[in-house]
Design a protein around this ligand. Structure first.
Ligand code: NAD
Length: 364
């Protein structure tokens, strides 16, 4: 089914508000989730609504939270997200990074104990909106999902990495990916009848490569909530030893250095994101016009490579997401029946009027 972004966003906002968030927070979470769908990353979109609401109910995430600054210098801050929604506490940490970078040219912000912060690229985009370059190492404390290169046992989280460069007058250049071959949410989408993951994305305890989501979740039944702790196997890292090495350092920087903890093995009550971010103001390095000119010229040179397959083109990081956003804003967001069923059940259980839920699907 297709559903219009605005209608979906408003229903998701109402669901979070009914579940106990303020209207402002509900609207903010909804905006980021729907934005993930718009960029084409359904794994980080509204499919997360049931899990987020459950986390709020279970007390694993706190509504309307404010970060605590644990230590600070002119160009460094260590902050605690205090188990708030990632969509609420992460922008507060990014704001701090932006303010320090504007004064000092560079800043490092270590965020610990954030609820699921969604797409790491959203935070790189937020800094880019402020004219800043940023690099983000993220890990998921307490979430063992991925086997390291050469292994079959889970030792790392899906640990995303993001980097963004703003170019005045152009879409931001944003590289943003999980260091696992696929994000866990993509296996979740596949388990609910959505797009399949690649044949070598998962590994069984015997070392066999597969695309079967049951390797991660255990036996699958209808739209019953998927629990990635139940499966016998693991997701693989991307890029063989290189991706595994990057994931390893995401755990060290975003987990150990921030103080939020690595993916394992210590048992934890809740799963949280840690994020170590480095911000840079281009005009502290050289004339920002000269930098932008050089970047524009390089982007054109990069994209001028002849395509390897006919009717294809070389894209820069961030371009697939901008294209998807334009298409889905115009046509609507595709949702599988299972995903829609899980969202409507969650909305209903939170107290949203049944009519309000069915109306959301009408205006495509
Ligand atoms: P992905 O494999 O789709 O890679 C996306 C990146 O590759 C983007 O920067 C995109 O612009 C670029 N890209 C894709 N195709 C391209 C092409 N043809 N040419 C040029 N560039 C191209 O992403 P993923 O690994 O599935 O991650 C999806 C999302 O999941 C990310 O936003 C990530 O931050 C998020 N994530 C979050 C968590 C968390 O705990 N919060 C954990 C894992 C992943």
């Amino acid at each position: 089914m297709l559903i219009q972004a605005a209608a979906l966003q408003s229903l998701v906002a109402d669901t979070f508000t009914a579940a106990g968030c303020s209207a402002v927070e509900g609207a903010r979470i909804a905006r980021y989730l729907v934005s993930a769908n718009l960029t084409g990353h359904d794994s980080h979109g509204v499919i997360r609504v049931p899990r987020y609401v459950q986390a709020l109910k279970d007390g694993n995430v706190v509504a309307d939270q404010t970060i605590a600054v644990l230590s600070e210098t002119d160009s460094l801050a260590v902050v605690d997200g205090r188990f708030g929604f990632g969509q609420t506490v992460t922008p507060q940490a990014v704001e701090l990074g932006i303010a320090k970078t504007r004064k000092n040219g560079v800043a490092v912000v270590a965020l610990r104990n954030s609820g699921h912060l969604g797409r790491a690229g959203d935070w790189a985009a937020m800094a880019a909106d402020a004219g800043l370059i940023s690099i983000h190492f993220v890990n998921v404390a307490g979430s063992l999902l991925v086997a390291p290169f050469g292994g079959v046992d889970r030792r790392i989280s899906t640990a995303p990495f993001a980097i963004a460069v703003p170019v005045p007058g152009e879409p931001h250049l944003i590289l943003d990916f999980a260091t696992s071959l696929v994000a866990e949410g993509k296996v979740l989408v596949a388990s609910q009848g959505g797009k399949k993951v690649p044949e070598d994305a998962l590994i069984t305890p015997e070392g066999k490569l597969t695309s079967d989501p049951a390797v991660l979740y255990g036996p699958l039944a209808g739209n019953q909530r998927r629990d990635p702790r139940q499966g016998p196997g693991a997701i693989r890292t991307f890029g063989e030893h290189k991706g595994s090495g990057l994931a390893f350092f995401c755990e060290i920087l975003a987990g150990a250095l921030t103080g939020g903890g690595t993916a394992g093995p210590a048992p934890r009550k809740s799963v949280t994101n840690g994020m170590l971010s480095v911000y840079m103001a281009p005009d502290f390095f050289q004339s920002s016009d000269r930098f932008a000119e050089e970047v524009r010229s390089y982007v054109a040179f990069y994209k001028s490579s002849r395509a390897a397959t006919p009717n294809d083109a070389v894209l820069v990081p961030g371009e697939p997401e901008s294209r998807s956003r334009a298409k889905r804003l115009a046509e609507g967001i595709p949702l599988t029946e299972d995903t829609w069923a899980a969202i409507s059940q969650t909305a209903l259980a939170a107290g949203v009027e049944p009519l309000r839920i069915s109306q959301a699907t009408l205006n495509v």
